[in-house]
Design a protein around this ligand. Structure first.
Ligand code: ADP
Length: 483
């Protein structure tokens, strides 16, 4: 099968969250299974370090745009034997921009509409040049929803693109991309006129358009697949998902177990594996020293690595931590960036508990790894969590997750490997943290049994990649049947 990924993020080139991890690691896993060709197309953001990743321009071409023509520039690199193409064209994704997402959603909709159009044009040209046909285009999140629309509306008779089925993966239902119509008119493209979207008032919403126009849909955990078709989790699109429920599947993300491996990683001070767990102490003491916390192997070290946004449960985490830090022996470490009011609240917590709480407000992958290796517990009290990658990396490093029973957290953590709570409430979080702290302090044998069980869980991509291949096959068959 010839598979093309289109997405707004792809690790290691451009990463804001878990979307990048999936787009960067699923294609190599598919490639390792053999017999398929996978290529990736992402926007060529100015923030990408071309020199570091050996990204070079391969071609430019003209494309009709905004009642005129624009010149699309395509660059390329290869990574783990996968071809990755980066597209830009004036005035979108210029080399001078140093951001990934603009703060203004309307501006982003224009940028990603351009990305979808230019990406499809590039697939058309590349496939023709190299003599292959795309079987499946795997789209991710609202940024690429309009590619499904353009395929169904503009390229429906195109010899190369008409045979391509689409799988649309939802990584986060909350981000939807409103304001499509104005940009379609400006670009000289037809307006969305599908009755299903018209009756629901969603013809202006890129995520809804992607859901309606793609051959099949997936999301990143079975539980999240159910949650997004409820009023609480659907963010206004649950009705639309009901209409397409037979085409929806939930497949858990994996993690890159080569990249994230405490037995071989050069980024952590002391390497260890499931049989040499006691060596983790070296990582814990080094982390405490690095963050100016008292170096003490006995005191439980609780950590989180997260975007500081509403989704991640920061509003219940802060009062719960304040209560526990006041009442118990514990150290707390946070690495995160995001909404200023959450950063301020964390700074306040740091000031109240010197020597017990330490924070870093940046995006720092090497430090995140030292935290996964040096912490005893990993906190993720999310309001909602499509899959969550942090808790899987934490388990893989022997740091036990303390999580809310939602979405992918419910699908990946169980009482053998971590601690779960239900209600979105600070006292429910305090309760489960007390349980975890008691276990750590009074029952080390049981704690270590849990650590070993967590480290032995299989989070490699392989089994999920096989499920994606089956789903791609279904998509191709459905597309052919309806064509
Ligand atoms: P989301 O995609 O909603 O942000 P996930 O748990 O799926 O949440 O993925 C988050 C990923 O980003 C994890 O790999 C985590 O380690 C990483 N991450 C989040 N914040 C930071 C940070 N400040 N520094 C380094 N890595 C981070």
């Amino acid at each position: 099968m010839n598979i093309v990924f289109m997405a707004a993020e792809c690790a290691p080139f451009v990463k804001v969250g878990g979307l990048a991890d999936v787009v960067g690691t699923l294609p190599p896993a598919l490639h390792r299974l053999g017999g398929h060709t996978v290529k990736i197309i992402v926007p060529h953001y100015g923030a990408i370090d071309d020199a570091r990743f050996n990204i070079n321009r391969v071609t430019t071409f003209k494309m009709a745009w905004n009642q005129a023509t624009t010149r699309v520039e395509v660059s390329h690199t290869s990574h783990e034997e996968i071809d990755i193409y980066f597209v830009r064209g004036w005035p979108f994704f210029s080399a001078d921009e140093n951001f990934i997402y603009n703060f203004d959603e309307g501006i982003n909709v224009g940028r990603y509409l351009f990305f979808c159009a230019a990406g499809l044009e590039w697939i058309k040209r590349l496939a023709k040049k190299e003599g292959w046909l795309p079987d499946l285009i795997h789209l991710h999140d609202w940024h690429t929803g309009l590619a499904a629309y353009l395929l169904g509306q503009v390229y429906i008779t195109n010899k190369i693109l008409r045979g391509a089925a689409t799988l649309f993966s939802i990584h986060n239902m909350m981000y939807q991309g409103w304001g499509v119509e104005w940009h379609l008119i400006r670009a000289g493209l037809p307006l969305v006129d599908l009755p299903l979207l018209r009756v629901m008032g969603k013809t202006d919403n890129a995520l809804a358009i992607g859901i309606a126009y793609s051959t099949m849909l997936s999301t990143v955990s079975p539980t999240y697949a159910e949650e997004i078709s409820t009023m609480e989790g659907g963010y206004g699109l649950d009705g639309l998902l009901h209409a397409r429920t037979l085409r929806m599947t939930g497949i858990l993300n994996g993690i890159d177990v080569e990249r994230w491996n405490p037995a071989t990683s050069k980024a952590i001070p002391v390497r260890y594996n499931v049989k040499t767990l006691d060596k983790r102490l070296g990582d814990k003491l080094a982390l405490q020293a690095e963050l100016n916390l008292p170096e003490d192997g006995e005191i439980p070290l609780v950590a989180t690595v997260t975007r500081l946004v509403d989704q991640k449960g920061i509003d219940i985490m802060i009062p719960a931590l304040r209560h526990i830090l006041l009442n118990r022996q514990m150290q707390f470490v946070v690495l995160g960036s995001g909404m200023p009011h959450y950063e301020d609240a964390m700074r306040q917590l740091e000031a109240e508990f010197p020597g017990k709480a330490a924070a870093r407000y940046t995006f720092n992958e090497p430090l995140s790894e030292r935290i996964y290796a040096g912490s005893d517990m990993f906190l993720m009290p999310s309001l909602f969590e499509p899959c969550g990658i942090g808790q899987m990396i934490a388990m893989h490093y022997g740091s036990l997750p303390v999580v809310r029973r939602v979405g992918g957290l419910a699908d990946t953590v169980d009482p053998q490997t971590g601690f779960l709570f239900g209600p979105y409430d600070m006292w429910a979080l305090v309760g489960v943290m007390n349980e975890a702290l008691d276990r750590y302090q009074h029952d080390q044998p049981k704690w270590q049994t849990m650590q070993k069980a967590a480290m032995r869980r299989d989070f490699a991509w392989e089994s999920s990649a096989r499920r994606y291949l089956d789903l791609y096959q279904d998509c191709v068959e459905v597309h052919r049947a309806y064509a």
